[in-house]
Write a protein that binds this ligand. Structure first.
Ligand SMILES: Nc1ncnc2c1ncn2[C@@H]1O[C@H](COP(=O)(O)OP(=O)(O)OP(=O)(O)O)[C@@H](O)[C@H]1O
Length: 188
């Protein structure tokens, strides 16, 4: 994605050897004939970026009001640093491990037992139960098989996610069967 707005004062992401990305602010307007761009990082360090063409311009940061959105598609700028930062803010500040990206649910492995698999859950909150519920509702409404694809690297949490999806199905499916059994038991 090429950033179009590159004026002095623009908030950007620049590569960092350890943090991967760090926040910075342009100290001058970008002009096509320039090959460098002065920035000042959030740590107040002056840096000079090599900019041979528009393609080398740093990624623009999203406005602060959008940070922490529960759906990545709501972000004005959707690129690697924007995605990572949004997920980081949600997880580190609010312990939210789930974030939507459209119909995809992104899950961060918290390596911790969080109290997020109980009953209380907002309708719009991204959650593995919400994904399972959507599949189950469509299964019933459309009478067609549904698939949930769980992917990620080793240790990412695929088995645990699948387990919670199965727990949801067992709960809603189980209660329907129990209701049916009860009805049959009552001769209904
Ligand atoms: N939602 C979660 N909440 C708490 N801990 C989790 C969660 N997801 C994963 N973990 C932790 O991470 C460990 C690894 O997760 P999991 O076994 O699901 O990974 P995986 O993607 O299936 O790995 P592999 O591909 O190697 O089988 C779990 O044993 C658990 O300790």
């Amino acid at each position: 994605m090429v950033n179009i707005v590159s004026n002095e004062g623009a908030k950007v992401w620049i590569p960092h050897p350890e943090k991967v990305w760090e926040g910075a602010e342009l100290q001058e307007d970008y002009k096509p004939n320039k090959t460098t761009l002065n920035v000042i990082t959030d740590e107040k360090e002056n840096k000079i970026l090599n900019v041979k063409s528009e393609k080398d311009l740093p990624f623009l940061r999203n406005p602060a009001i959008l940070i922490g959105e529960n759906d990545l598609t709501s972000l004005s700028y959707l690129h690697e640093p924007a995605v990572l930062y949004n997920l980081q803010v949600r997880f580190c500040q609010h312990r939210d491990i789930y974030t939507y990206c459209g119909i995809v649910l992104v899950a961060i492995n918290p390596y911790d037992d969080l109290p997020i698999y109980g009953q209380a859950m907002g309708d719009l909150d991204p959650h593995i139960f919400a994904v399972a519920e959507e599949a189950y509702t469509k299964l019933e409404r459309e009478q067609r098989d549904q698939s949930i694809i769980v992917s990620g690297e080793s240790g990412a949490g695929k088995t645990v996610s699948a387990k919670y999806a199965m727990r949801y199905f067992a709960t809603v499916g189980g209660s329907a069967t129990e209701t049916q059994n009860r009805k049959e038991g009552l001769g209904q």
